[in-house]
Write a protein that binds this ligand. Sequence first.
Ligand code: SF4
Length: 322
Amino acid sequence: MGEPLLTVENLKKHFPIESGIFGRAAGHIKAVDGVSFTVHEGETLGLVGESGCGKSTTGRMILRLIEPTDGRIVFAGKEMTKLPKRELREIRKDIQMIFQDPFASLNPRHTVERIIEEPMIVHKLGGKKERKRRVKELLEVVGLDSYHAKRYPHQFSGGQRQRIGIARALAVNPKLIIADEPVSALDVSVQSQVLNLLSDLQEQFSLTFLFIAHDLSVVHHFSDRVGVMYLGQIVELAASDQLYDDPKHPYTQALLSAVPVPDPDSEKEKMILSGDVPSPADPPKGCVFHNRCPMAMDKCKAVKPKLAAIDDGRLAACHLYH
Ligand code: SF4
């Protein structure tokens, strides 16, 4: 594993719930509640969980698109949470984002050339001629043709638009790419083409990825390690194969058992969770998963399990293993 590139420590985002005409905070939605992980150079860390688990908010806080309530974000040795605006802008060049909906994230009034060129203009990279040359080069890198530069986003398919989004992210030679559900808006047949492209680019440009998705099979395919999130917290973090072959946390087991298996004779037992995901405004005491966990014990209702290493070295937040 390479050197740590990004370290997130005890990251929190609590959104106030305002009430009454004075807008006083009547409580907080704990969207992210104490998340810690490290992403090493050249690796892909997957963050997976159901909608509302806090994975996208975590990604946006790293870029400071959302201000954290608490915690530390250290990128390439610099603490992002303490950087003045000018330095933050510098660092933003090194962290780029690929969004879920390529159509919504590309300006419909701009040509593809302008869209891909924009980050270079913002970060004052190269003259006009140099930028145009780079746009053509990037279009080829992502599998499009240079004549596409003069077209507009609506003239492309969903998969092609995501390729444009990827070219834009690559334009400023980033060190880290945060890919937030990059293929979930695409047809299944196109998803694997885009994933293969991302894999190739990672190898070609030694990229580091934080890959956020709700689809476990997509994350497995693409990640070296995977963190599973539930109600704003990481409940298990392990090497990708380790997690998929032998999930330890009951929530990971439930998530995996819900993934359809191609083999109809598979012996895999389905683990159906009872109850709904509790509100992040009022998360359960003790283990946040206890009201749905088939293995819950008395202790689980009172004591919050720490995310700590278990016998095989992975991290799990569960009293069954500590
Ligand atoms: Fe289930 Fe208890 Fe483990 Fe939480 S700590 S996942 S409730 S067994």
